[in-house]
Design a protein around this ligand. Structure first.
Ligand SMILES: Nc1ncnc2c1ncn2[C@@H]1O[C@H](COP(=O)(O)OP(=O)(O)O)[C@@H](O)[C@H]1O
Ligand SMILES: [Mg+2]
Length: 213
């Protein structure tokens, strides 16, 4: 599903990513860990076609994210580390996401409900004025409702309280197979039972890559 070859990204004279080679397959459920500044978000942004690599190649379902970004994004449900400052109301955002991804609005609301976020109660509020946890729940619901074959979550539970995390993991466990799940997370203990591969990054490199059965 995701093929990365000799990928490097330089910021000025320093490396954000240094010669990454990775193949991530369907049915894999991967945690990418590593200290702050290890290059995790830079890797994700490269996969999403948000930044041009200094060198190397990426293919998502055979597609080059830098040449065909819109096509690549059809395959991916992504929840960012920091919610973007969207100026739409909650209702408008749900409508917009639904038009863009083809997911039913009701489905987005239903998933919010499972995350204990009653969106209807907040329909009129501007997205960026919601609490961090509420934003994250709504973005998770939008990504899940799209039913893509690749999910990428960058620190998805960072703003969630314990109950919120529990609900999120419950939802993750209920996803059926045939998908690639990628969690960027420091919370290995929390998602141990969800994953079958652990990739550790440091200084822009992959320093460990373990698969479990
Ligand atoms: N847009 C940018 N401009 C300059 N340096 C950046 C930029 N994005 C990331 N970096 C640098 O690249 C390195 C990796 O950052 P990042 O991918 O955000 O790490 P992580 O997500 O693992 O904490 C860091 O040294 C960071 O300062
Ligand atoms: Mg990061």
């Amino acid at each position: 599903m995701i093929e990365i070859k000799n990928l490097s990204k330089k910021f000025g004279s320093s490396f954000g990513l240094m010669n990454i080679n990775l193949t991530l397959e369907k049915e894999e459920s991967v945690i990418i860990t590593g200290q702050n500044g290890a290059g995790k978000t830079t890797l994700v942004r490269s996969i999403l076609g948000e930044q041009i690599p200094t060198c190397g190649d990426i293919r998502i379902a055979g597609i080059d994210p830098f040449k065909e970004r819109a096509n690549v994004l059809k395959h991916i449900g992504f929840v960012p580390q920091l919610p973007p400052p969207i100026k739409l109301s909650v209702k408008e955002l749900i409508n917009y996401a639904s038009v863009l991804s083809g997911a039913e609005e009701k489905k987005i609301s239903d998933i919010c409900q499972k995350l204990e976020l009653d969106v209807k109660e907040h329909f009129k509020k501007i997205f960026f004025k919601l609490s961090g946890g509420m934003k994250q729940k709504l973005l998770i619901a939008i990504a899940l409702a799209k039913e893509p074959d690749i999910f990428i979550f960058d620190e998805p539970t960072a703003n969630l309280d314990m109950q919120g995390r529990e609900n999120f993991y419950k939802l993750m466990r209920s996803l059926h197979g045939g998908r690639l799940l990628v969690f960027i997370s420091h919370r290995l203990e929390e998602i141990k039972d969800l994953i079958n591969r652990k990739i550790e990054m440091d200084f822009g490199k992959v320093v460990k890559d373990e698969k479990f059965v």
